[in-house]
Design a protein around this ligand. Structure first.
Ligand code: UD1
Ligand code: CA
Length: 476
């Protein structure tokens, strides 16, 4: 869905390094910061998705805090991890990666903060071109913000080249020459041949006692190198995420972007402000969705499908079906003219074939429901293969678990199951058979047979304990 995929990749002499080792103290969360989610994907997913289609080489990723969690979250991407055991600062992260950068033999190195997940391919391309054309040693993207907050401030010389980036904590507007609202976005390009000359000169002589990547700019100046900054205005995509508020702000930005794209393409989305659609979801024009709703993972929703409010859908294929309010659907397939909900739960492995129905308070798991079959009320169907035209009465339960193993239930075409039936698996109901209401079925029921599994009813005359009508004549 994210439409930033470019047709051509950058030349192979440019590599990319993502700085993702920090803890993210300001998030107040045990989760490594780059694993905080925007919609259903961690921050780092967005960057790797974009970078994999931008560069010819694998993105290098510096990990540290929560290293194994971060690495696990990148499965599906071809990334090259570099371990920064102690997080001594962004400059230190670059030092730790240096040998790997040299091994690759890149001429240009793009470095991006892992907490800037919505950066776009085009922004990297433009920065790289600009830096090459200016024959600069370092290029960076700056932003001009109303409130420069905790960002590093960009200071320029009269000829517009960059003099220094001073971190917010070290910045003194009087000493540093008037307040600047131009800040460093954390997206850089370095000429590899000159970077090596200054990279190991970094010191931690600053308020945070860290090795700052931004000190490279002053070091470059002192060595007679050129540093240029490309100003991208207020560019919301390049805002860093350090706090819960910033996380939610960036999430809202990408959420609105995705929803808007679908509306533009012809999907009817009602209450769009309350619709959350993940970046990998596909929705065809002609589908209809009403918020609030969440649709995630690799879900696909074709035209003629409709999703009512308060539903949660993940990794599912809705192929022309209708999903009514308050339904929860995971890893399931909903075929044409199928109706699901309200209040239905389809768990992984459910396949509802054309014209079938799962009504209110129905849970289905790992089961195929044949065309036109109906499970309308209050049922649990698990590990079941159900044929076509089956009618499942209210309160039917498959007892698929014996405490040790799961067993399958098979219900053939045209079976009628009376209400409040327990089907004790493994069990087979053959074509056209019927089950009496209230049965507990433990043995297979043969074709066209009636299965009854309950004790016979007795009526004991005059034995009702209720006194009220005792002495009245029986009415005729
Ligand atoms: C950084 C910049 C600042 C810029 C801002 C833009 C520095 C010193 N400052 O500040 O000028 O305006 O980004 O968003 O770089 N990281 C590591 N290893 C470390 C420390 C950090 O990999 O030892 C990673 C973090 O995981 C994070 C990124 O580097 O993804 C940036 O670090 P962070 O601490 O967020 O820097 P800022 O203070 O935001
Ligand atoms: Ca940051």
């Amino acid at each position: 869905m994210i439409s930033d995929i470019q047709t051509s990749r950058l030349p192979a002499d440019a590599g990319v390094l993502v700085l993702a080792a920090g803890k993210g103290t300001r998030m107040h969360s045990p989760l490594p910061k780059v694993l905080q989610k925007l919609l259903d994907k961690p921050m780092l997913w967005y960057l790797l998705y974009m970078l994999s289609s931008t560069f010819n080489s694998r993105p290098m990723v510096v990990t540290g805090h929560g290293r194994s969690l971060v690495e696990q979250s990148c499965v599906g991407f071809d990334a090259d991890f570099i371990f920064q055991e102690q997080q001594l600062g962004t400059g230190h992260a670059l030092q730790v990666a240096w040998n790997k950068v040299l091994q690759h033999g890149f001429s240009w190195l793009v470095v991006i903060n892992g907490d800037t997940p919505l950066a776009q391919s085009q922004q990297i391309r433009t920065l790289l071109e600009y830096t090459r054309e200016n024959n600069a040693d370092i290029g960076l993207v700056s932003l001009t913000l109303e409130d420069p907050a905790s960002y590093g401030r960009v200071l320029r010389f009269a000829d517009n080249s960059v003099k220094a980036v001073i971190e917010a904590k070290d910045y003194n507007s009087e000493l540093d020459g008037g307040d600047t609202r131009e800040i460093n976005s954390g997206l850089y390009v370095f000429k590899v041949s000159t970077l090596g000359k200054i990279l190991f000169e970094l010191d931690s002589d600053n308020k945070q006692q860290e090795l700052y990547i931004t000190q490279l700019i002053s070091l470059a100046q002192k060595s007679g190198m050129r540093v240029d900054a490309l100003n991208a205005g207020t560019c919301p995509e390049l805002m860093g995420i350090n706090t819960p508020r910033e996380l939610l702000g960036q999430e809202e930005y990408i959420r609105g972007f995705i929803v808007d794209e679908f509306i533009e393409q012809g999907v009817i989305i009602r209450s769009p402000g309350m619709v959350r659609i993940g970046p990998e979801v596909i929705i065809e024009p002609g589908a209809e969705i009403c918020g609030p709703v969440e649709i995630y993972g690799q879900s696909r929703i074709t035209s003629r499908s409709s999703i009512a409010s308060n539903c949660y859908i993940e990794d599912s294929f809705i192929d022309g079906g209708q999903v009514f309010c308050f339904s929860h659907i995971e890893k399931s397939v909903i075929g044409p003219d199928t109706k699901v909900g309200p209040y239905a739960r389809l768990r992984p492995g459910t396949e509802m074939q054309g014209g079938s129905r799962a009504g209110n308070f129905v849970e289905i798991k790992n089961s195929q429901v044949g065309a036109g079959s109906k499970i309308n009320h209050l049922s649990y169907i698990g590990d079941t293969t159900m044929g076509e035209g089956v009618n499942v009465g209210a309160g039917t339960i498959t007892c698929n678990y014996d405490g040790r193993l799961k067993h399958r239930t098979t219900v053939e075409d045209g079976v009628f199951i009376g209400s409040n039936t327990a089907l004790v698996a493994p069990v087979l109901l053959q074509r056209g058979s019927m089950i009496a209401a209230g049965s507990t079925i433990t043995r297979d029921v043969l074709q066209n047979s009636l299965g009854i599994g309950r004790s016979r009813q007795k009526n004991l005359e005059g034995r009702s304990p209720l006194k009220k009508f005792k002495n009245q004549e029986k009415s005729d």
